[in-house]
Design a protein around this ligand. Structure first.
Ligand SMILES: Cc1ncc(COP(=O)(O)O)c(C=O)c1O
Ligand SMILES: N[C@@H](CCOP(=O)(O)O)C(=O)O
Length: 465
């Protein structure tokens, strides 16, 4: 399996090289040269596998088969707080919450990052190399990446978060980790600014080379690959490949819903993909009226989705444009220059034949958390609530098709919103009970590339000394 860039200006690469590279050197994102796919009989044969074995089997289709995947997957999910790893909880006659938050940092990011940390270790040890990981977070990727990479000998990691725009639990999960290879920077800006800084560091070729930069955000293909198996697990549990299913995903950077799209591309009968947004609704506007125009990022009760520039949309655009890398490059460049992405009508129509968009404001989110609690006895975090509301609004007409909602975070990560909606304050697990007493360590920097690069360099040099 080889990988090509969506912008078509770098040679094809293998899995290991894509894992370490993160962003392609032409600014594009890596995608498989050809999508692997399984027959109906092959999907059926995967039913009932324990989750780590299913993940290993599917990752093997993406050119990672030379890694000890059975061991890596078994170790990655061994510490999860539920024996099923990704349990499905039925919320009503047809809506199911796929709980992806039983990992160490209580959000779906652990599903991929617990694997990636181990993959990095393996590949770096084999090559005798070391990397500096730079990542941007709106709250959850940061802690999951830090947890996965802390104290790893061949990795330094620097995470940028938007100052004051994460929940306190999210910030403390990052800034209370005192491992010497970990650094946190609060940037004076929003998540898009943090993500732009990360991409700018990758696009600064001398800096990228000097620091041997790697990525943990979903610009890194391995993140997407590692998020596919849980959609397969849920679909198989609900009767696929012999029954259609729909999927609803609370969406920000478009990585999680792209993984569901990839599961469909691999042969699973996913007949609808529902994209839930908060008031940062660029994707909903795109799907409703081909209006992909940037607005300022607005803070919301679901801060991890406070995003306007959804990185992974580029991967879908590449597919919608018939894998035309030049057209993808031009559309992305115009998006950055003009704040509006020109998507040809045919491509937009193709997207809307499968995807539906739904936006929910804070008031609606609180109402949905309250409703879920009253009617289903379920405590949902604000992101998951956007997903369940979207599922109810846009489920396929055929009531026999179940809807899988990605439950992306534990309610205890957002106790204030959950308490406002239900009167209940979900406690953190015992292992985190002292989170509010732990000492924090982080820098604060302006939204300035030179200042951020200097801080990254200083962190890497300190650890090399
Ligand atoms: C809890 C939570 N829900 C949803 C999302 C959105 O996921 P994605 O960025 O893959 O679209 C995020 C952030 O990525 C998140 O942390
Ligand atoms: N919501 C994310 C934003 C980054 O997304 P990623 O999937 O590209 O890492 C977060 O919590 O940081």
């Amino acid at each position: 399996m080889r990988y090509v860039s969506t912008r078509g200006q770098v040679p094809a690469r293998d899995f290991d090289s894509v894992l370490l590279a993160g962003l392609a050197e032409d600014g594009g994102l890596f995608v498989p040269e050809a999508w692997p796919s399984l027959s109906t009989a092959e999907w059926r044969a995967l039913r009932g596998l324990p989750y780590p074995a299913l993940a290993a089997r599917l990752l093997g289709l993406f050119g990672a088969g030379h890694l000890p995947l059975d061991r890596i997957c078994a170790e990655a999910y061994a510490g999860f707080g539920h024996p099923a790893t990704v349990p499905l909880v039925q919320l009503d006659t047809r809506v199911f919450a796929l709980e992806l938050f039983h990992g160490p940092t209580l959000a779906f990011k652990d599903m991929a990052l617990q694997l990636l940390g181990r993959m990095f270790d393996h590949v770096l040890a084999a090559r005798g190399e070391r990397v500096t990981i730079v990542g941007a977070t709106s709250g959850d990727t940061g802690s999951a990446a830090i947890e996965a990479c802390r104290d790893r000998a061949a990795i330094d990691i620097v995470i940028l978060h938007p100052r004051g725009r994460t929940s306190e639990v999210q910030r403390r999960q990052m800034t209370t980790v005192m491992a010497p290879n970990v650094a946190n920077i609060a940037v004076e800006g929003d998540f898009d600014a943090c993500q732009d800084l990360v991409k700018a560091m990758f696009n600064d070729a001398p800096f990228r080379q000097e620091m041997r930069l790697s990525a943990v955000n979903s610009i890194n293909w391995a993140r997407i690959a590692a998020q596919i198996p849980y959609y397969a697990a849920a679909a198989l549990a609900l009767g696929a490949p012999d029954r259609e299913v729909a999927v609803s995903v609370p969406t920000g950077n478009f990585g999680n819903v792209l993984a569901a799209w990839a599961a469909r591309r691999m042969g699973l009968p996913i007949s609808r993909l529902i994209v839930g947004s908060n008031r940062n609704d660029i994707l909903t506007r795109f799907l409703a009226a081909n209006d992909m125009s940037m607005r300022a990022v607005e803070p919301s009760l679901s801060p991890s989705m406070d995003i306007q520039v959804s990185s992974n949309f580029e991967r879908l655009l590449f597919e919608m444009l018939g894998r035309d890398a030049a057209a993808t490059r031009e559309a992305m460049q115009r998006f950055r220059a003009e704040g509006r992405m020109p998507v040809p009508d045919a491509a937009w129509r193709e997207a809307t034949s499968l995807f539906r968009g739904f936006a929910l404001d804070d008031e609606g989110t609180l109402a949905e958390i309250g409703r879920l609690h009253r009617e289903a006895g379920y405590l949902a975090d604000p992101h998951t609530a956007v997903g369940t509301a979207a599922a109810r609004a846009l489920a396929p007409e055929d009531p026999a098709i179940p809807v899988i909602v990605a439950a992306t975070a534990h309610p205890a990560k957002f106790p204030d919103a959950v308490e406002r909606a239900t009167g209940l304050r979900p406690p953190l697990p015992a292992r985190m009970a002292d989170l509010y007493e732990r000492q924090e360590r982080y820098g604060v920097l302006p939204n300035d590339l030179a200042a951020i690069e200097a801080a990254v360099r200083a962190h890497a040099l300190r650890n090399a000394a």
